[in-house]
Design a protein around this ligand. Structure first.
Ligand code: LLP
Length: 429
């Protein structure tokens, strides 16, 4: 739950605002962000990585307000599409504080990045290296480039969000020599300024070992690059991926612990390879945006399936939180609008979409008197919920509200049916 979340006689407040007032004012479903929680996590990363750069991974959740918060807290911003880049530029983020990622960046995306002076471009394929070299030449630019490397680390997380094993689409494999070949090709192009390597092993990771093994392996590569090309690369970007608590038992990684371990390992490995300590960068997304976000839903139907469980349906579902359906993700939720002394009943929190996989929380105990009109709050939905929201079944995407010091304001407005219809070539206005 967000750090400012409180419960008094069952009623939840976030940032000093009563969830009943939030739903009455802004409707349901509603994403609520505790601004102080978000900012505090930015500061904790900055403090832990005081001698490194922290780039917030915008894919976790991005909007104008978030771009401003991270700027004010001194973080850079990672973007991985033309859309994220456009938002960042529109929000006034200094392009020098942006890094552009992606395994299939378009010519248009690369061109915008070059024209606007994006600080780092993380190259991910041989085609891209050639294309970027050509575009940089044509536009008279010399971008700073990192080569994305896959280290072969098997991160213990869901297959879809692990990214450093060999059999997946990202980066250049260390094991096959592709990484060294990519470095050679970038070095060949005068228009590209190779500044370092990038490694991201996956997401929602709890074990520090995976990060440490990856760090050791990229330093080995730095050494191989020095030995082969006589080039000492000054930067090492170790990606994001720190896990957060979704349910009891999840033990989030402490940024300070990770920072200290990574610094120690990289400096020890560099020392033994006779390399200078590179400047480190990390790219946390979930660990900054996740914990401070909550989704509020209105309960619409309560259906007891005799002898099995009670299905509690809310007014959203897999359109505003795809993670349960996609990854089997687990969440914590509570009745947030009143207290109840009723016995617990085995329940499943489900959405309003036309498929039975439309589950928000698979197994939980709600009080047996849960009823239509109650408000349910789901914790830790700040990362990869709004950013992965969709319009399945023509359901408009919810508004996003930021709360702080007893006040709330909309930071992303609710989509309307008109917004959806507008795109249609026949019925759109
Ligand atoms: N850097 C790179 C290059 C990444 O690909 C990612 C996430 C991050 C940083 C941030 O990772 P984080 O600190 O947020 O774990 N949709 C999935 C997560 C996909 C993450 C993709 N890349 C989910 O909902 O769990």
């Amino acid at each position: 739950w967000p750090r400012s979340a409180r419960r008094e006689q069952g009623v939840m407040t976030i940032g000093g605002v009563d969830v009943r007032d939030l739903v009455a004012e802004y409707g349901s479903p509603l994403y609520v962000y505790d601004e102080d929680d978000f900012r505090a996590r930015c500061r904790e990363f900055k403090a832990a990585f005081h001698d490194a750069d922290v780039f917030y991974a915008g894919k976790a959740f991005l909007c104008g307000a978030v771009a401003r918060w991270i700027g004010e807290e001194g973080l850079g911003l990672d973007v991985c599409s033309g859309g994220e880049l456009a938002l960042a530029l529109a929000a006034g983020v200094d392009p020098a504080n942006l890094a552009l990622h992606g395994n299939n960046k378009s010519t248009a995306e690369l061109t915008t990045a070059l024209e606007r002076g994006v600080g780092r471009i993380v190259v991910d394929s041989f085609e891209e290296i050639a294309r970027l070299g050509y575009l940089a030449d044509r536009l008279g630019r010399r971008p700073k480039v990192l080569v994305r490397v896959t280290t072969g680390v098997e991160a213990h997380t869901h297959e879809f969000i692990a990214t450093a094993h060999d059999d997946q689409k990202f980066g250049f494999a260390r094991s096959t020599g592709a990484a060294l070949e990519a470095v050679r090709r970038v070095l060949e192009l005068d228009q590209l300024d190779l500044v370092g390597l990038h490694s991201h092993i996956g997401s929602q990771i709890f074990d520090t070992d995976a990060f440490e093994v990856a760090a050791r392996r990229v330093v080995e590569l730095l050494r191989a690059i020095r030995d082969e090309h006589g080039v000492v690369l000054p930067e090492l970007d170790l990606g994001g991926g720190l896990g957060i608590a979704y349910v009891a038992g999840d033990d989030p990684l402490d940024p300070k612990l990770i920072a200290d371990n990574l610094r120690r390992i990289v400096s020890r490995e560099c020392e033994s390879a006779d390399l200078p300590m590179p400047r480190l960068t990390v790219e946390p997304g979930r660990a900054i945006a996740g914990p401070g976000g909550v989704t509020l839903y209105d309960v619409g139907t309560v259906k007891d399936v005799e002898g099995l469980r009670t299905y509690v349906s809310v007014d959203g579902g897999m359109s505003d939180n795809l993670r349960t359906a996609l990854y089997g993700a687990e969440y914590t939720c509570v009745l947030a609008s009143r207290s109840s002394a009723a016995d617990p009943m085995l329940s499943r929190l489900v959405g309003k979409h036309c498929e039975s996989g439309d589950i928000v929380v698979r197994d939980l105990w709600f009080p047996a008197d849960l009823a239509v009109g109650d408000i349910v709050a789901v914790a830790a939905t700040g990362a990869y919920c709004r950013s992965m929201a969709n319009n399945y079944n023509f359901v408009p995407r919810p508004a996003v509200v930021a709360v702080r010091d007893g006040a709330a304001r909309v930071i992303v407005r609710r989509e309307t049916e008109d917004d959806l219809l507008r795109l249609d070539a026949e019925v759109g206005a």
